[in-house]
Design a binder for this molecule. Structure first.
Ligand code: ZN
Ligand code: ZN
Length: 355
């Protein structure tokens, strides 16, 4: 029986530029209701931390990946999230293609972190976007990164303070240019898995007389998460569950959920062919037609896209069915009104229909 696990794939500790330690992240993840959380410190793979952490009868699987970039480069662009390589790969940072190759050769997964990460000069923050697009063999992209979206709003001190004190107003959706790039790469025949991440640092910032932690781990773990669909429930055994989570992620059996407005748990996107039904990340022959089935945990605006173009929209619905006869890369977005705006809520991974 398919089992859904909710996790956050991008967080920092004191091993790099985060404020907390691993146990702080585990506790925050438990409070936020996550099943797993992955610590991705900059240019350091911290061994010996993986395992279940328990508190008050609840548990979370804490895992360790790495966010790698070339620290000699100015500005320090091209951040790569590496999971499951089980080795220190930071020495390969100067050449992103070699780094991706090494991640793959170690059995790992490689995702472009925050593909667009705008500068915030008022706060001394550089543009840390990905530039090395002439690359192959990526697992996927971090389509939606909370901190990059926050940086895009830091255009004046009053505006920065407004969002710092109203963090629930920050997230609206991935940058359009990132979505377009993903769709373009998919349309060219690449298989790229989309993930979402908080990029949690829990950084104390001082802005004039105001000082606070932007943003606590727990708040961020209630925001942009990645939900994976596993073949069975989590066993409680670290190595086994870690493999199950990363296998599902590698296969694209996952979706991005902005869980703050409402939990996205229960979202499904499936395709029913003549003799077979598949889920996200899988491929099916279109033949005489395929029925796409979408389910969201509460009524929302649903958009169905084929190869980057919207082909159908439902304004306020919880389930939708649509039969298609054209091959292409199909994906779903759900949008929800929250705090005065229609905001992105769910991004499926694609279903691939072939001739
Ligand atoms: Zn980064
Ligand atoms: Zn990061």
């Amino acid at each position: 029986m398919e089992h859904e696990a909710v996790g956050n794939l991008h967080a920092h500790t004191r091993y790099s530029d985060g404020e907390g330690v691993h146990v702080d992240i585990a506790r925050a993840a438990i409070r936020a209701g996550l099943d797993f959380v992955v610590v991705t410190d900059h240019n350091v793979w911290v061994q010996g931390m993986d395992g279940y952490r328990y508190q008050e009868g609840k548990r979370v699987l804490l895992l360790t990946g790495e966010e790698i970039h070339d620290q000699e480069r100015e500005p320090q662009k091209n951040h790569l999230l590496v999971y499951e390589a089980r080795a220190e790969l930071a020495r390969y940072a100067p050449d992103p293609q070699i780094l991706i190759q090494e991640a793959n050769e170690h059995g790992g997964l490689a995702f472009v972190a925050h593909p667009i990460d705008p500068p915030a000069p008022l706060f001394g923050e550089d543009d840390l976007s990905w530039e090395a697009w002439d690359i192959q063999d990526l697992t996927g992209l971090e389509l939606w990164n909370f901190m990059s979206e926050f940086k895009s709003k830091l255009t004046s001190i009053p505006r920065a303070l407004y969002y710092a004190y109203n963090p629930g107003l920050i997230a609206q959706g991935p940058f359009t240019s990132v979505l377009e790039r993903w769709d373009h790469m998919l349309a060219q025949g690449q298989r790229l898995v989309a993930i979402g991440g908080s990029d949690a640092h829990a950084t104390p910032v001082t802005m004039g007389v105001l000082k606070r932690v932007i943003f606590p781990y727990e708040f961020l773990f209630r925001c942009i998460n990645t939900h994976v669909l596993l073949p069975g429930t989590l066993s409680g055994e670290t190595a086994r569950d870690r493999s199950a989570i990363f296998n599902a992620l590698r296969a694209g059996s996952a979706f991005i959920g902005y869980d703050l407005p409402a939990s996205t748990t229960g979202f499904r996107f499936r395709a029913q062919g003549e003799d077979r039904e598949i889920g996200m990340g899988e491929e099916l022959r279109v033949r005489l037609g395929v029925t796409l089935q979408i389910r969201v945990p509460r009524p929302a605006q649903l958009r169905l896209l084929r190869s980057g173009l919207e082909i159908k929209r439902w304004q306020h619905t919880q389930t939708a069915v649509h039969t298609v006869r054209e091959p292409g890369v199909y994906r779903v977005e759900a949008h929800l009104p929250y705090r005065g705006k229609l905001r992105a809520w769910i991004f499926s991974n694609p279903i691939y229909l072939k001739t």
